[in-house]
Design a protein. Structure first.
Length: 136
């Protein structure tokens, strides 16, 4: 008789549950904001209120990873956000929808920013343009 693991069907359940709780917490925090504030936030990031409420980023760490990648490249994320808000917002949207965030986390933790720039980072061209502008 072959032994069948009873744990196999639940292999990824814990990770899926944690993601569900994070998404639910984010939606609850958004729902707790006064209606006017949600509208301001939506306009600031170039979205509709309904689009903002429906947003579920593929990358739960984009607010950390994108600025860290910029810092490791010698860019100041706060300066870019202040001086080029539309470009910064576009980069945040690209990062939020990136499926390579685990790999990005690993690479940035190792200090290997170039690995992503040469392979999976969807913001490579924009960040390269900011680096080139800084040199000029």
């Amino acid at each position: 008789m072959t032994h069948v693991s009873t744990h196999q069907p639940f292999a990824g359940f814990k990770d899926r549950w944690r993601q569900f709780v994070r998404n639910r917490k984010s939606r609850a925090e958004l729902a707790a904001l006064p209606q006017g504030d949600v509208g301001v936030i939506a306009r600031d990031i170039g979205m509709s209120e309904s689009g903002l409420r429906a947003l579920r980023p593929a990358n739960p760490r984009y607010t950390e990873l994108m600025p860290e990648r910029m810092r490791q490249l010698g860019l100041d994320p706060e300066f870019v956000a202040r001086t080029e808000p539309a470009a910064y917002r576009d980069m945040a949207n690209v990062c939020a929808n990136c499926g390579s965030w685990r790999r990005c986390t690993h690479d940035l933790d190792k200090g290997d920013v170039e690995a992503g720039m040469n392979t999976y980072c969807g913001n490579t061209l924009t960040m390269d343009a900011f680096i080139a502008d800084r040199r000029d």
